[in-house]
Design a protein around this ligand. Sequence first.
Ligand SMILES: *[C@@H]1O[C@H](CO)[C@@H](O)[C@H](O)[C@H]1NC(C)=O
Ligand SMILES: *[C@@H]1O[C@H](CO)[C@@H](O)[C@H](O)[C@H]1NC(C)=O
Ligand SMILES: *[C@@H]1O[C@H](CO)[C@@H](O)[C@H](O)[C@H]1NC(C)=O
Ligand SMILES: *[C@@H]1O[C@H](CO)[C@@H](O)[C@H](O)[C@H]1NC(C)=O
Length: 276
Amino acid sequence: MIQSLLLLLAIGSPFIIANAQPSNIFILAGQSNMAGRGGIQENPEGILVWDGFVPPECQPNPSIFRLTANLTWEEAKEPLHKDIDVNKTNGIGPGMAFANSILHREPDFGSMGLVPCAIGGTNISQWERGTYLYDQLLLNRTSAAVSGGSGVIRAMLWYQGESDSIDYEDAISYENNLKKFFNNIRADLRLPLLPIIQVALPSGPWPFVDIVREAQLGLKLPNVRCVDAKGLELQPGGIHLTTQSQVLLGEMLADAFFRFLPDPLPTNTRRKRYMA
Ligand SMILES: *[C@@H]1O[C@H](CO)[C@@H](O)[C@H](O)[C@H]1NC(C)=O
Ligand SMILES: *[C@@H]1O[C@H](CO)[C@@H](O)[C@H](O)[C@H]1NC(C)=O
Ligand SMILES: *[C@@H]1O[C@H](CO)[C@@H](O)[C@H](O)[C@H]1NC(C)=O
Ligand SMILES: *[C@@H]1O[C@H](CO)[C@@H](O)[C@H](O)[C@H]1NC(C)=O
């Protein structure tokens, strides 16, 4: 009797878990290095393929979910952006290492819901309010992630700027454009102090990368933190982080997230009040 009840629960539970809204929602947005290119190589035919290697830090965890392109929750697994950045070959990004690192440090943190929204090659103008990326991808998916449930948006992770490091005009406008973007997204999500953790570009092959890095590192807005990717190992070509670098970056992002929080682990209500 008990055994068959347990069996019933065991069969039923993955379905229930997969459709429940996770408690802690994180937005992942930006361009290719947020989408994830770790482990991407050209095969002999010159086609970009992912090597399929998932390091231990990026393995699935029953408490980590991903919002699919269909706006359903499923257990997250690499590559996180496979149905989002659909015109590119996706590999390892920072998202899974970030989420696993949070749960490793705070086992009682609660379920995590990652909302992948990054698209390779995009510039900051393409993320302006009113654009497809801003309205349909970022806002729409984030609204869907919290609609009708008790999940709370804990932070946005943002890694972008490579495409704005090519032309001088784009680079010198980057600081203002980035500020406007952060202010707009907070206003539209009605989370004026939404924690934002952005990544400062590692140096790359672009002529104006230092101007963009200065804008990122110097940005003065409350509750915006910056982690510096300079020094992380890049793949040949000097643009994309390797799988191992993405693991390190994910852990740096988790460090930065915990720096927002009063320690030790606050109760859910306290945390909610603090983060809201
Ligand atoms: C979208 O959802 C439908 C039905 O829920 C499912 O059959 C399909 O595989 C999903 N597509 C993707 C890309 O996840
Ligand atoms: C993929 O490419 C198609 C055709 O160029 C385009 O319409 C679509 O917007 C692209 N999607 C993404 C996510 O880049
Ligand atoms: C941003 O990218 C789009 C699409 O590639 C392009 O049309 C636009 O000119 C770019 N904007 C800037 C300011 O570079
Ligand atoms: C997302 O966009 C679709 C189509 O534009 C719209 O019907 C839907 O209500 C939006 N969902 C949310 C949660 O904003």
